[in-house]
Design a protein around this ligand. Structure first.
Ligand SMILES: [Fe+2]
Ligand SMILES: [Fe+2]
Length: 213
């Protein structure tokens, strides 16, 4: 691999994505362990296996590009660990974080697909195929929570604002994952995709865009 600025940026982004997939695996595994019925446990176990496949695949892409995967992931450990430390006893808030988190990951993958090398893009196609189902399941969980909890809409809008603040706060130290994506180029497309994705998902869930009234 030649050390062009684009390749350096691509390695940084793949490091962020590889570690993000690891955190998704850990989260799904914890959900499976906490499940109180067999069907829910099976659903989370399947997601955990898929997230682990994604993680291993992005690690393999880093190796193929001549990078050290541990070194590439390291700067993103603190911000992503901090982001995923968030837990909530409020089912509406937990569902909003799950849905919007899956959505942001999907938007980032779609964008990465456009700027990555052909082999990485081909692998991303297989990841997106799994993530479409994850996002649909997270959307269904959110619809259930909004419908069954009292004052669901207001709590959902508040949780969405909290999620954005938490996302920014998590990246305040260390390498913020979004900054690495922006260095890869076409930042206006990325920011546009994230903002419109967030607004689209909020209205799809029956909440006001960005949780602001
Ligand atoms: Fe994934
Ligand atoms: Fe996922």
């Amino acid at each position: 691999m030649t050390n062009t600025p684009t390749n350096v940026a691509l390695v940084q982004v793949l490091g962020a994505v590889a570690y993000g997939e690891w955190k998704a695996y850990e989260g799904a595994k914890a959900d499976a362990d906490a499940a109180t019925d067999e069907a829910t446990r099976r659903r989370h176990r399947k997601v955990a296996a898929e997230e682990l496949r994604h993680h291993k695949g992005f690690v393999a892409r880093l190796v193929a590009l001549g990078a050290d995967p541990e070194r590439a992931m390291k700067p993103f450990r603190v911000p992503l660990d901090r982001y995923h430390e968030h837990t909530s006893d409020d089912p509406v808030e937990a569902a909003v974080f799950g849905y919007l988190g899956e959505g942001i990951a999907d938007d980032l993958l779609q964008w990465l697909h456009k700027v990555a090398d052909p082999e990485t893009a081909a692998f991303i196609d297989t990841v997106i195929a799994d993530e479409v189902a994850h996002e649909a399941a997270a959307a269904a969980d959110l619809r259930d929570a909004l419908a069954s909890e009292p004052d669901g809409r207001r709590r959902g809008a508040r949780a969405a604002r909290h999620m954005v603040v938490h996302l920014l706060w998590s990246g305040r130290r260390g390498a913020a994952p979004l900054a690495a994506f922006i260095r890869l180029g076409r930042p206006h497309e990325l920011v546009g995709a994230l903002l419109s994705g967030q607004a689209r998902r909020m209205s799809a869930a029956g909440l006001t865009p960005l949780g602001i009234r």
